[in-house]
Design a protein around this ligand. Structure first.
Ligand code: CAA
Length: 381
């Protein structure tokens, strides 16, 4: 076993770190306040090949491996966690299912421009009455002639305000549970699709989360992704990849919290010495650093497994669970180390604390990750 990154992975880290430090970091606080979707950040990321990282070059992507993807999302998220999830959704939740389940026409038409970052993709699974129990979704798909009509509402759609194209999950018959679900590629301009109200969120404020209303939305039959009834498996296989992206995002946020805390604790004096000289602070810093390292190893292993094996639910759920909870602990301790200043929005840790929380919720709550892990380790085969 070799724990070294390859030369390409090292170079990628250096390049993305420099870009994130120079371009993304100075904008992050302003975007957090304005809540505007950072289209320019996305375009700049596209120039570096960060929008379709694991898509082969023949389909407009950069052809990187999974570990490289984790490296890039961590670096981006360390500077701007909103931009991290925006990229993760386009890469993992939009491009990945089209690459894996799409036909050649769908790949040429949709994968290429999204992998190049000329367009923005989103993923529509969650509904007002259905989140963790994804098989219970009730958005209906009815086939009429050469098209499907979709009816229902999707909520918390990351990238939704700016997205050009959505992968939408809908059911032919809710009574069939997961066996009735289909996946569709839906363009923003298709008749019957409209945007509802943008969400005003605690953190990750500029990732454009919005409700998508499908009121008899007309989707050409050729935009069915995979086959009828295959949608649930597409959604789950897609989330296996998405959860690696969120683990990477969480590691980036946690690392930012650690770095802010290291700097603050070495500058701040109390009782006649730097607070970094107190063991109470040192232990917090040591725990943060150790957990970040452990989370990163789990994320790398999950990404590597995904590159080498079709099913990787165990590894990805472990990585997402551990990284997101480590992230929340790091952000909480970061605020604590900063004392009163940590509670004030001029200090970065205040934003990191707000940004951290969602990593324990989206793309499957910590409770759902534990459920997936338990199912896998109890499996009899
Ligand atoms: N890959 C392929 N197939 C899978 C799979 C996977 N990872 N997971 C399950 N399946 C298959 C199973 O093998 C089974 O197939 P068979 O019918 O052939 O046996 C079928 O799917 C049903 O599986 P389960 O019985 O395990 O399904 P379930 O109803 O018990 O649900 C669950 C499982 C893990 C709870 C799932 O519903 C889940 O992950 N829920 C959380 C949903 C979620 O993460 N939502 C996030 C929204 S997206 C978001 O947040 C994006 C954003 O904007 C950032």
């Amino acid at each position: 076993m070799d724990f070294h990154l390859t030369r390409e992975q090292d170079m990628l880290r250096e390049t993305v770190r420099a870009f994130a430090e120079e371009v993304l970091k100075p904008r992050a606080a302003g975007l957090d306040r304005s809540r505007e979707f950072p289209v320019d950040n996305y375009r700049r990321c596209a120039e570096l090949g960060l929008c379709g990282m694991m898509v082969p070059e023949t389909y407009g992507g950069a052809g990187f491996d999974g570990v490289s993807y984790v490296i890039a999302i961590e670096e981006v998220s360390r500077a701007c966690a909103s931009t991290g999830v925006i990229l993760s959704v386009n890469n993992s939740l939009f491009c990945a299912p089209i690459l894996r389940f799409g036909n050649e026409t769908q790949k040429r038409k949709y994968l290429v421009p999204h992998a190049r970052g000329e367009r923005i993709g989103a993923y529509c699974l969650t509904e007002p009455q259905c989140g963790s129990d994804a098989a219970a979704l009730s958005t209906l798909a009815r086939r009429t002639g050469d098209r499907y009509l979709l009816k229902g509402n999707k909520v918390f759609v990351t990238n939704g305000v700016a997205a050009d194209t959505f992968v939408v999950y809908a059911t032919l018959d809710p009574g069939l549970r997961h066996k009735g679900i289909c996946a569709f590629i839906v363009e923003r301009g298709f008749p019957g699709l409209s945007l509802g109200k943008p969400e005003h969120k605690l953190g990750i404020t500029c990732s454009g989360s919005v409700e998508i209303v499908l009121d008899g939305c007309e989707v050409p039959a050729e935009n069915l992704l995979g086959t009828e009834g295959e949608g649930f498996k597409i959604a789950m296989a897609t989330l296996d990849g998405g959860r690696i992206g969120i683990a990477a995002q969480a590691i980036g946020i946690a690392r930012a919290a650690l770095e802010e805390s290291l700097a603050y604790s070495q500058g701040r004096q109390a009782f006649g010495q730097r607070i970094a000289d107190f063991q109470a602070i040192q232990w917090k810093l040591a725990d943060m650093a150790t957990e970040i390292e452990a989370a990163r190893l789990l994320a790398y292993r999950a990404a590597w497994t995904r590159d080498h094996r079709e099913r990787c639910s165990l590894e990805t759920s472990m990585a997402k669970l551990f990284a997101s909870e480590a992230c929340m602990r790091a952000a909480r301790e970061g605020v604590q180390i900063h004392g009163g200043y940590g509670y004030i929005n001029e200090f970065t840790v205040e934003r990191l604390f707000r940004d951290a929380k969602i990593t324990e919720i989206y793309e499957g709550t910590s409770e759902i990750q534990r459920l997936v892990i338990a199912k896998e380790i109890l499996r009899e085969d």
